[in-house]
Design a binder for this molecule. Structure first.
Ligand SMILES: Nc1ncnc2c1ncn2[C@@H]1O[C@H](COP(=O)(O)OP(=O)(O)OP(=O)(O)O)[C@@H](O)[C@H]1O
Length: 482
C-alpha cells in the first residue's frame, strides 16, 4: 500500500444539464482552502515501481514487455500515416520570463507548483487589500506573458451581452463559460468561476493561470487575457465546435466521422506529449476527459481546463495526494488505490478517452457502467467490431482503428509500468512500425519482464482484483454502496 488511501470527496453540485456528464470530484470542496496534502514521500512499492520503470527505460526505450511491437504486427498499417507534427516549445523569452517570475517570488519550495497562491501569499503583507495582492501576482504573470490582454469588467460585459444566459456555452463544476465577441470582432470564451468563496475562486483562478501561462502548443487552449477587477475571469479564444464531449455524446455526433476522430486522437496525444515532455516543466493535466477537449472549426483538438494541472519537478517520481480530484471514469487505478499522480495517470485517462472516441460511449454511462469494465472483455477477446461506435457503420479505416484500439488497450493497463509513455503513444497512433522497432535494431536487451515486475503485477494489480476495485470505488464515489 502506498501512502494514505485518498479520501473520496463527493461532488455536491447538481447541475441538471450535466447529469450525463462524467462527474468531476469536487475540486471546489477539496480546494476549500485547506491545502491538499501532497507529498513526495513514496512508500517502497510506489518507489520501486517508478524506479523499475526508469531503470527499464534507461535500458530500453521500447515497451516494457514488447507488447507494442507484437500488437503493431497484428494489424494492417497500410494506410499512410498522417503528416508528422512537431510539438512546439514556448519561446526562450517566455522561458526567461518564467524563471524571472519565480526568482521574484523567491521560491523556497515547489511543493504545490500548480497553485501559485501558496507560495505567493506569505510574501504579501497581510494589511494589503486582496486586490493589491492579486495585482502583485498578476503583474508578475503579465510580465511573463506580455501578449495577454487585461480586460476590465465592462469590456467583458459588453462582449457577452451582460453575461446573458443565452451566451452560456459550457458549465463545468467550477465555472460558467460564456461566448462573447470583442469590439475588434474576435470571438472569445469567458470562464467565470462560480463555485466557492472569493478566496477559493482566487486560488482556482491563479492556479489555472499559473499553469496555462507557459503552455503554448497548437493542441492546448489559447488564453487571450483575463479580468481581475471585481470577479476574476479567464478569457480564451473561442473554440467554435465546443467540446469533444458535447459532440461525441450529443445530437451532433454525425459530425465526427472516422477521419475526424482519428485526427482528434492524434492531436490530443501531441498536446499531452507536449505537456509531459516538451514544456519547460513537466505538467500533469490530471483531468483529461472529453469535456476538456475543445475543438476548433477544423476539428483541431485543444486541451483545456488546467484547473487541476500540476507541475512535477524533474527529480520527483510522482505526487502522492490524499484527496481525490478529477473525474470518475478517468481515474487510473494507482490513483484511486494509492493517490499516485504522474504522467501515467494522464496516460490512463487518455486511454479512456480513446475508448470513448472509438466506441462513442461515455466514460461512465447513465447506468453507471464504466467504459473500461465494459471494454476489457472485448479487447481481451479481440472483438474489435463490437467496440466500434455503431453510428460509424463500416465507415472507418481499419489500420487507423487498429492503432487506436491497441493504444487504448495499453493505456488502460492496470499497471502503470505497462502503459506506454506519450512519446510512444504518438508513434503507436500513427502506426509507425519503424520507430517502434528502433530499440531492437540497436541491439538492446529483449523485452522481458523482471521477476519483481511479475510479482508486483500479480500481487498488487491482479486483473480481477483491479476490476473489482474499480467497480467498488466507483460505487462508493457515486453513493451506490450497498
Ligand atoms: N475556449 C472555449 N471555447 C468553447 N467552449 C469552451 C471554451 N472553454 C470552455 N468551454 C466550454 O465550457 C466547458 C467548461 O469549461 P471548463 O472545463 O474550463 O470549466 P470547469 O468548471 O473547470 O470544468 P470542470 O468541471 O471540468 O472542472 C467546457 O467543457 C466547454 O464545453
Amino acid at each position: 500500500m502506498v501512502g494514505s488511501t485518498p479520501t473520496f470527496v463527493r461532488r455536491k453540485d447538481d447541475e441538471k444539464d450535466n447529469l450525463n456528464k462524467p462527474k468531476r470530484v469536487s475540486l471546489g470542496e477539496a480546494l476549500h482552502l485547506k491545502p491538499k496534502e501532497e507529498h513526495l514521500s513514496c512508500s517502497s512499492s510506489a518507489h520501486d515501481l517508478r524506479h523499475l520503470e526508469e531503470e527499464k527505460e534507461k535500458e530500453n526505450i521500447a515497451s516494457p514487455r514488447g507488447t507494442l511491437e507484437v500488437c503493431m504486427n497484428d494489424f494492417d498499417f497500410d494506410s499512410p500515416p498522417l503528416a508528422k507534427r512537431e510539438a512546439s516549445c514556448s519561446s526562450t523569452r517566455a522561458h526567461n520570463n518564467w524563471s524571472n517570475f519565480f526568482k521574484l517570488l523567491k521560491k523556497k519550495s515547489f511543493k504545490r507548483l500548480g497553485s501559485l497562491t501558496h507560495f505567493i501569499s506569505p510574501k504579501i503583507p497581510k494589511w494589503k487589500s486582496r486586490s493589491s495582492r492579486e495585482s502583485h501576482v498578476l503583474s508578475k504573470l503579465y510580465n511573463f506573458n506580455s501578449s495577454w490582454v487585461t480586460f476590465n469588467p465592462s469590456d467583458l460585459r459588453k462582449a457577452t451581452h451582460n453575461f446573458d444566459s443565452e451566451n452560456i456555452i459550457g458549465r463545468g463544476g467550477f465555472a460558467d463559460v460564456y461566448k462573447g465577441c470583442l469590439q475588434d470582432g474576435q470571438l472569445i470564451a469567458v470562464k467565470k468561476l462560480n463555485k466557492g468563496t472569493t478566496e477559493e475562486k482566487t486560488a482556482g483562478f491563479l492556479s489555472e493561470l499559473g499553469v496555462i501561462a507557459h503552455v503554448d502548443h497548437r493542441n492546448t487552449a489559447k488564453l487571450v487575457g483575463c479580468c481581475v477587477e471585481g470577479e476574476m475571469q479567464l478569457v480564451f479564444e473561442l473554440s467554435t465546435l465546443g467540446s469533444l464531449g458535447s459532440l461525441l455524446h450529443g445530437s451532433d455526433k454525425n459530425k465526427l466521422d472516422w477521419s475526424k476522430r482519428y485526427k482528434i486522437a492524434l492531436g490530443i496525444a501531441d498536446g499531452l506529449l507536449y505537456l509531459h515532455e516538451s514544456c519547460h516543466r513537466r505538467i500533469i493535466h490530471r483531468d483529461i476527459k472529453a469535456e476538456n477537449i475543445l475543438l476548433t472549426e477544423n476539428f483541431e483538438p485543444q486541451i483545456c481546463d488546467f484547473g487541476l494541472a500540476k507541475w512535477l519537478p524533474e527529480q520527483w517520481t510522482h505526487y502522492n495526494v490524499s484527496k481525490f480530484e478529477g473525474t470518475f471514469g478517468y481515474f487510473a487505478p494507482e490513483y484511486f488505490m494509492h493517490g499516485i499522480v504522474d504522467e501515467k495517470t494522464d496516460v490512463y485517462s487518455f486511454g479512456v478517452l480513446l475508448l470513448e472516441i472509438i466506441t462513442g460511449r461515455p466514460a461512465v454511462d447513465h447506468l453507471q457502467q464504466n467504459i473500461v469494465i465494459w471494454a476489457k472483455p472485448l479487447l481481451n477477446g479481440n472483438h474489435i467490431k463490437d467496440l466500434i461506435d455503431p453510428s460509424l457503420g463500416d465507415d472507418y479505416d481499419r489500420g487507423q482503428l487498429g492503432c487506436l484500439v491497441i493504444t487504448a488497450s495499453l493505456c488502460i493497463e492496470q499497471t502503470p509500468l505497462l502503459r506506454p509513455r506519450m512519446r510512444q503513444i504518438v508513434t503507436l497512433l500513427r502506426g509507425d512500425k519503424h520507430l517502434m522497432q528502433f530499440p531492437r535494431a540497436r541491439g538492446n536487451r529483449p523485452l522481458e519482464r523482471t521477476y519483481s515486475e511479475e510479482l508486483l503485477d500479480a500481487h498488487e494489480y491482479n486483473s480481477t482484483k483491479y476490476l473489482t476495485q474499480l467497480k467498488r470505488h466507483q460505487e462508493i464515489a457515486l453513493g451506490m454502496e450497498s
